[in-house]
Write a protein that binds this ligand. Structure first.
Ligand code: M6R
Length: 593
């Protein structure tokens, strides 16, 4: 949450800063701001709302500054106003700071800085004031001392008036990258923000400090001692994100699912032979599956599949709950953490909890080098490529593929193993076929439900785990209120909300439970519900709409069934005129608790 960029070099800073913010806007879009340094004078430009609000004023400013920092915010402390927008300046204008993360002891520090006139409600503003209170000491020393006072998480981009064309940075718990190119040095929360000039990158570790001038980078540890860091080669072309001819990233990412599956599964199949190529415990006592949001829904599917196929007991947990429930987890357990960004604060905290309890931690992560990827003992990567839309689609589908592969690793019955393995290898084509055949019926369905206020999703077993995801997709991008229930559960209370015409989206793909699901469908129809079904059946009597999808191995059906639900959400959101790639109040990486 929140994106930061910085630059110092030979070029004008403003164009890179603006372009970088645009690419990082997925991290938060409540407000945006820039600070440019001209001979020790800082020029600040901040706006509530999207990065685009900065464009015209920044162009008008026409600053020749070659050094600057910038920020796009997801509000935590204080509403998304201009006053709360970053960068934040110290009283004597000696320091200016952008921050991603949360300073947990900000209130205590504000009390300590009682003589300072704070200009914002943010936790961040304590940082420039603390730096200034150090007096005229070496900026690195000031930063060492200040970091020691902070609790929580931070990635900081800092300018200091005493060294006008130097960029300072530091982090703990939030991602921060340094880039080096022929035209200068760069700072960013994510590789996506770097431009084609960057050839080498460095990832800051917790407590580390970076000092960047136009042609040097120097790193220090948390005590201020110089350290050696090895850089990584960077190819801008590989990081470039582009939605091509698509109107939205989400729609293009839905179509990239077969490719995401191919790339993800390819790592586990060599010449037709399946292997996870990692040291997993032979027979864990229990497998924990822990994540947030859609990644959690992937875990729910994973539990059904692993238990049925590998006969190992699984327990799913929402990461924010796992941490505080005194989990009975130990060294004979496998703890699997699923995360697209690899940055989700609650999931990361859960990784630490599991590691501290001796469990073998496994990360199913899409962003290599991310915090969760670094802290898990074993990594099973998803290879979905960069996902830009806040609503996940291709990363979710790749997460399912890795969870299926984990189940396959533990299955002992060779007949079952062969059948499942074949289904996995066919999965990219099967998903492609569903994509090719369900767009039009999903659009038709969307036209029927987009004006509704509420919708309910029902399904049993793997259909239930899939409707959890379908319902989240719908509400997060279209703001149409929806809830997902196990099909048999609705009559235990929620059915009282069903009235004439209430849309109920029923998933009827789980073959062995079809008669039960069909009975539940009749129950809601009898109360006037307008039933829209996604099913392997050719038709469902009296349903207002039916999308028929092909059958595959029952345990990988969720990967096929979720596709029409993604398309349905997309088209409902489009008909409702929503900002599909950047839904209100959300951000792609949730780096706060
Ligand atoms: O990056 P992560 O996978 O850890 O993110 C977890 C959730 O925040 C994420 O899946 C969220 O629910 C999606 N926006 C849903 O589309």
């Amino acid at each position: 949450m929140c994106g930061i960029v910085g630059y110092t070099g030979d070029k004008r800073a403003a164009p890179f800063l603006l372009g970088g913010l645009e690419k990082l806007e997925y991290r938060g879009y409540d407000s945006a701001g820039v600070a440019l340094s001209e001979e020790g004078n800082f020029q600040l430009l901040r706006r509530a709302g999207r990065v685009t609000q900065l464009k015209t004023p920044l162009e008008k400013l026409n600053s020749a500054a070659v050094t600057g920092i910038a920020h796009t915010r997801w509000a935590t402390h204080g509403p998304p106003t201009e006053e709360n927008a970053h960068p934040h300046l110290s009283e004597k204008k000696q320091w200016v700071v952008v921050h991603n993360g949360i300073i947990e002891n900000a209130e205590e520090l504000r009390r300590e800085l009682a003589d300072v006139k704070f200009k914002s409600e943010t936790d961040t503003e304590v940082i420039p004031h603390l730096l200034e209170k150090q007096g005229e000491i070496n900026p690195v020393e000031a930063l060492v001392n200040t970091q020691k006072r902070l609790e929580g998480a931070w990635a900081l981009g800092i300018l200091c008036a005493a060294m006008p064309d130097t960029l300072f940075c530091a982090c703990k718990g939030s991602p921060l990258l340094v880039g080096v190119g022929a035209g200068g040095t760069y700072l960013a929360s994510d590789y996506a923000a770097f431009d084609e000039d960057v050839t080498t990158t460095y990832r800051l570790c917790d407590g580390e400090i970076g000092v960047l001038t136009k042609n040097t980078v120097c790193f220090y540890n948390c005590d201020g001692d110089i350290i050696d860091k090895s850089g990584e080669k960077f190819s801008w072309k590989e990081q470039r994100i582009d939605k091509g001819d698509y109107e939205h990233f989400m729609r293009s990412e839905i179509d990239q699912q077969p490719l995401a599956l191919r790339q993800t599964l390819a790592q586990f199949f060599t010449d037709g032979a399946f292997s996870l190529s990692c040291e997993l415990p032979e027979k864990p006592r229990k497998i924990w599956l822990i994540a947030c949001g859609s990644a959690y829904h992937a875990c729910v599917t994973g539990k059904y599949v692993i238990e049925e196929l590998a006969k190992i007991p699984c327990e799913t947990a929402v990461a924010s709950e796992f941490r505080y429930c005194y989990p009975l987890i130990g060294d004979s357990d496998l703890a699997v953490f699923v995360s697209q960004s690899g940055e989700t604060a609650d999931t990361l905290a859960a990784v630490r909890e599991a590691n501290a309890n001796g469990a073998v931690s496994v990360g199913i992560v899409n962003v290599p080098g991310s915090a969760i990827a670094r802290e898990c003992r074993i990594i099973l990567p998803t290879k979905a490529g960069t996902e830009v839309a806040v609503a996940t689609t291709k990363a979710y589908c790749a997460q399912l593929a890795v969870l299926y592969s984990l189940a396959l690793h533990y299955v002992t019955d060779s007949k079952q193993k062969n059948a499942f393995q074949q289904a996995l290898r066919r999965l990219p084509e099967d998903v492609q076929q569903v994509l090719d055949t369900t767009e039009k019926p999903a659009m038709d369905m969307a036209r029927e439900i987009y004006e509704a206020e509420h919708a309910y999703f029902i399904g049993r077993n793997l259909d239930f785990s899939t409707v959890l995801e379908g319902s989240l997709k719908l509400k997060e991008i279209s703001y149409l209120h929806s809830e997902a229930y196990p099909a048999g559960e609705l009559k235990h209370g929620t059915i009282s909300l069903v009235e004439e015409g209430t849309p109920v989206i029923a998933l009827a793909c789980c073959e062995r439970l079809l008669p039960k699901t069909l009975a539940n469908i009749r129950e809601v129809m009898a109360r006037g519900a307008a039933v829209f079904a996604v099913t392997t059946l050719d038709d469902i009597e009296d349903a207002r709409g039916v999308i028929t999808i092909r059958k595959t191995h029952p345990l990988v059906m969720p990967s096929l069934a979720v596709v029409p639900l993604q398309l349905l959400s997309y088209h409902v959101a489009r008909l409702r005129g929503c900002d599909i790639d950047k839904p209100r109040n959300l951000a792609k990486s949730v780096t706060v608790e």
